[in-house]
Design a protein around this ligand. Structure first.
Ligand SMILES: Cc1cc2nc3c(=O)[nH]c(=O)nc-3n(C[C@H](O)[C@H](O)[C@H](O)COP(=O)(O)OP(=O)(O)OC[C@H]3O[C@@H](n4cnc5c(N)ncnc54)[C@H](O)[C@@H]3O)c2cc1C
Ligand SMILES: Cc1cc2nc3c(=O)[nH]c(=O)nc-3n(C[C@H](O)[C@H](O)[C@H](O)COP(=O)(O)O)c2cc1C
Length: 774
């Protein structure tokens, strides 16, 4: 085959050498616009996994690269006058120039033709090529020529950064945060040879503008950075190698995704590779890794289909399919890390103490968890756990041990929870006339014995017409109060758990069948009239609700107050107001369901007016020493709906009205929402609200093991973690998770104690066997 790589960065060079090595009969050319052995760039970092693949695919290059590598294990944080260091992170770094020179030499050795100083204008310059690799970087001209086919989506991010170097070798990956009168700057610093380090300085557009950096030339902005990071630089100078760029050389990162990666131009197949196909933010240092992995995968597909031009279409399809998945995964992690650095100033740097700030930074991509950190640096993690426990009021035991973050107590008003896990409210649709019965006693009783600090029964409705289904719990009469009190008394009398009540009104999502009979479907008979902010049905076949009148509001407020008093009398420890998921109060908050033209619709203030009125009335009726949380849909996952920004505005209003906690759920407001699921998928909203609004939060959603909960609590992304479905699968979820992480400080019901050691021993045996198999 005749192969031309346009662009001699890591992608083009590595693919060229791999293909030539696989089949020396291929005629492979790399065309690069820069001069031979003359490239821009400071150092790049690599992961062990990429290095392992490189060893398998071309041991010779891998060995030379490894010889030139700088290894280091430590991360150091410079923040608020402190230096905090952890180890065990295993980085390797190499100068970009060094690496490209190694690849160039290997190309020549294998017989790849290298053409320098040729600026390619079009893929059609190589009409004789069977395959053209568009490895021409993020601003790919070849991609731009076929934009209609590749359909690139370039999202320019708000932060500004400048890629500098310094002649000081830092022995740790160093993150230095400095505050100016206008806001925060951060430097990402890592060495790549014995005497030089990469030094990337980043800040928000706002701070960049406030300092007038856009008007500075490169020398002035370098002088600015040298002054800002003078302590860390310790006399060393910063250097630019972007003299070819005009102006100050501060860039915005562009996140690139392409819908299609390959195209037949009538003569040759053209395929994107490396930065021309996708970008990943430097916060996780994966750009070079992705370029190398692309080159390997395309070669692997040629090996699978056969090194023949006729197989190119099938090879390219397979390449795109395999790489698309991996790239999406990395871009996802990169996005979390990138966003962390975009909001770090006002969200974390201003509020978190250095210890927690470090933890938050280390876990920014949500790919490194609490137990990962323990594997990397047990000493540092144990120190952090002690710091965290102390803040939660826990002194170390005689042997110096402290509970992990999720097992520290939490106090809010007069309520102290013994750990951070909450059984999230879950509708069981099993009540008759709103009355709790033996099912509820057994269901809730079992979970109260299962180790969680706080359990919530399902949404409990304030009137018969406030129910979602005929099977929902209610609190509109004394019989219901007595039935719930029986459960509350059991929980208080027989278990160390606390129990909360979630009060709600179904609004336009009411009068439907029980979950398993047809979720959200109207009843076949016996429907009751519905209320909502506006007269918009939930499903096309749903009943049209009445837009609430002032009289309706008065009645609903009175019902909430009466239910609150009953809940207090029943002895519930905490009350949660359900203002999420498209139910009545949520229908006022979301612009998708609230189309009112009066003082209850329109602005945030108007949309929150009725929910806040309910909240204030409930707060006044609820004992002062007992806390209230408010559950919000912190995004509607829908164009034109509430975003996390809107949710933060509402959270602030509820906090000011006296809410103690915001329970951060999402969505379920409209049927055509597009939630993005995944591990800890709603936690970013909790993180935002807790740290930007300054209110305690409950995180919920796919928090399904102790490691997740510990990571969320330790990083300060929430104060409590609500766990729903795992508690349906396993009433003793918390007891079991504690055993899995080897924490013995959680109390089992005394009646079950004989099971405990057997359970723990079985786990220990399984772990030992698994370790033996490795
Ligand atoms: C601030 C910053 C820090 C980074 N840090 C890291 C890091 O630590 N680790 C990491 O792995 N990655 C890092 N990256 C990303 C990394 O630089 C790229 O992801 C990687 O180089 C992509 O390789 P590539 O071969 O696809 O593209 P490039 O390296 O951009 O190579 C493209 C080549 O094509 C040439 N070219 C372009 N157009 C033409 C044309 N028309 N004709 C001929 N030649 C052309 C260019 O001169 C260039 O040599 C960082 C990026 C930035 C911006
Ligand atoms: C069967 C079931 C019923 C639910 N009922 C309620 C409810 O009554 N009130 C509420 O706020 N959320 C309810 N939810 C949502 C959960 O409280 C929780 O937010 C969601 O399941 C995500 O957590 P998970 O990933 O741990 O399951 C329910 C969830 C399930 C699975």
């Amino acid at each position: 085959m005749r192969i031309v790589c346009i662009g001699g960065g890591p992608a083009g060079l590595y693919f060229a050498l791999l293909m030539k090595k696989q089949n020396p009969a291929h005629q492979v050319t790399v065309v690069e616009r820069n001069r031979a052995f003359d490239t821009f760039g400071w150092g790049v970092v690599f992961s062990d996994a990429t290095m392992q693949s490189m060893r398998e695919w071309d041991p010779q290059t891998a060995a030379t690269i490894e010889d030139a590598f700088n290894h280091w294990d430590d991360i150091e944080l410079v923040f608020k006058g402190r230096k905090i260091r952890t180890t065990g992170h295993g980085f390797v770094g190499i100068g970009r120039k060094k690496m490209l020179n190694i690849l160039q030499e290997r190309c020549l050795e294998l017989g790849v033709e290298l053409v320098f100083e040729q600026d390619v204008l079009s893929d059609e310059e190589f009409a004789d090529a069977d395959l053209i690799i568009a490895s021409d970087g993020v601003n790919s001209r070849i991609r731009a020529r076929h934009e209609d086919v590749f359909r690139p989506d370039m999202l320019m991010r708000p932060n500004r950064y400048i890629w500098l170097g310094t002649d000081k070798a830092f022995d740790a990956f160093t993150f230095d945060f400095q505050r100016t009168e206008h806001g925060w700057f951060q430097a990402h610093i890592y060495k790549f040879d014995d005497s030089t380090s990469t030094f990337i300085v980043e800040t928000t557009e706002e701070v960049f503008n406030a300092h007038g950096i856009g008007e500075m030339d490169q020398d002035q902005s370098i002088a600015f950075c040298e002054k800002l990071f003078a302590d860390t630089l310790d006399g060393s100078r910063l250097m630019s190698n972007a003299r070819h760029l005009r102006g100050s050389a501060w860039l915005n990162f562009g996140r690139l995704i392409c819908e299609k990666w390959s195209h037949f131009n009538g003569k040759s197949h053209v395929v994107l590779m490396g930065d021309s196909a996708h970008t990943a933010h430097f916060a996780i240092g994966s750009g070079t890794k992705l370029a190398i992995d692309d080159a390997i995968e395309l070669t692997r597909q040629f090996n699978a289909f056969g090194h023949d031009a006729k197989n190119i279409p099938a090879v390219l399809d397979a390449y795109e399919e395999v790489r698309g998945v991996d790239v999406a995964r990395i871009q996802n992690a990169a996005r979390n890390a990138m966003e962390w650095f975009e909001v770090v100033g006002h969200r974390y740097a201003d509020t978190l103490e250095p210890e927690q700030f470090m933890y938050s930074m280390l876990t920014r991509s949500q790919r490194i968890s609490h137990e990962n950190l323990r594997l990397r640096d047990p000493e540092w993690l144990e120190g952090y756990e002690r710091w965290f426990a102390k803040r939660a009021g826990v002194e170390p035991a005689a042997d110096g041990s402290v509970p992990p973050p999720m097992f520290t107590p939490y106090t809010v008003r007069g309520l102290t929870l013994r750990n951070r896990i909450v059984v999230s409210p879950m509708a069981m649709y099993s009540a008759t006339d709103g009355l709790a019965d033996d099912f509820h006693m057994v269901h809730l009783g079992a979970r109260a014995m299962g180790g969680a600090a706080l359990i919530f029964p399902e949404m409990t409705c304030t009137s018969p017409d406030a129910r979602i289904t005929p099977g929902c719990l209610g609190l509109w009469n004394e019989e219901q109060t007595a039935a719930l009190k029986r459960i509350v008394d059991f929980v208080h009398g027989q278990t160390p758990a606390k129990i909360g009540v979630q009060l709600g009104h179904a609004g336009r999502k009411g009068s439907t069948k029980r979950g398993w009979e047809g979720m959200d479907q109207p009843l076949d008979e016996g429907n009751w009239p519905l209320l909502s902010a506006s007269a918009i049905p939930y499903l096309s076949q749903s009943q049209v609700p009445r837009a609430m009148t002032r009289d309706d509001m008065d009645r609903v407020v009175a019902d909430f107050v009466a239910a609150t008093k009953r809940a207090a009398a029943a002895g519930f420890d905490i009350l949660e107001l359900h203002a999420a998921h498209g139910y009545l109060l949520s229908s006022f908050l979301s612009p998708l369901t609230n189309r009112r033209g009066d003082e209850y619709g329109g602005s945030h203030e108007n949309r929150a007016r009725f929910p806040l009125e309910v909240f204030r009335a409930v707060r006044a009726a609820w004992p002062q020493d007992r806390p209230i949380s408010v559950r919000l849909s912190t995004t509607d996952w829908h164009e034109g709906g509430n975003t996390p920004e809107d949710a933060a505005i509402f959270a602030r209003m509820f906090r000011e009205a006296g809410a103690d906690l915001i329970d951060c759920s999402t969505g379920q407001v409209v049927t055509d929402d597009s939630p993005v699921y995944g591990r800890l998928w709603q936690t970013p909203m909790s993180d935002k609200i807790r740290n930007e609004v300054g209110v305690a939060t409950i995180a919920v959603g796919a928090i399904s093991e102790a490691d997740h909960a510990n990571s969320v609590i330790a990083a300060g992304r929430a104060d409590l973690c609500a766990v729903a479905r795992p508690h349906l699968a396993d009433p003793s979820f918390v007891l079991h998770e504690a055993a899995k992480i080897g924490f013995s400080g959680v109390e089992w019901p005394k009646q079950y104690l004989s099971a405990r050691s057997q359970y723990e021993n079985n786990l220990a045996r399984a772990a030992a066997e698994a370790a033996g198999r490795k």
